[in-house]
Design a protein around this ligand. Structure first.
Ligand SMILES: [Zn+2]
Length: 65
């Protein structure tokens, strides 16, 4: 697998994603040249985290209002 940014060599590595309340490990591809990380789990996790934060804020606003 080559890096989509610089077409360099990518290594399959273990990453740790740390959140405020939990942390978990996942595997992804990291470019040894530019450090670009490619993993669909990263994008999915970021999207889910953003949605959860928005939902909590909305609920708090409704209760407060
Ligand atoms: Zn790269």
């Amino acid at each position: 697998m080559n890096c989509p940014k610089c077409n360099g060599l990518m290594m399959y590595e273990k990453f740790m994603d740390m959140a405020e309340t939990s942390s978990f490990y996942f595997y992804g591809w990291r470019c040894v040249f530019c450090g670009n990380v490619v993993d669909s789990i990263i994008m999915a996790n970021r999207l889910n985290a953003g949605r959860q934060n928005n939902e909590v804020k909305r609920r708090r606003l409704k209760k407060a209002g």
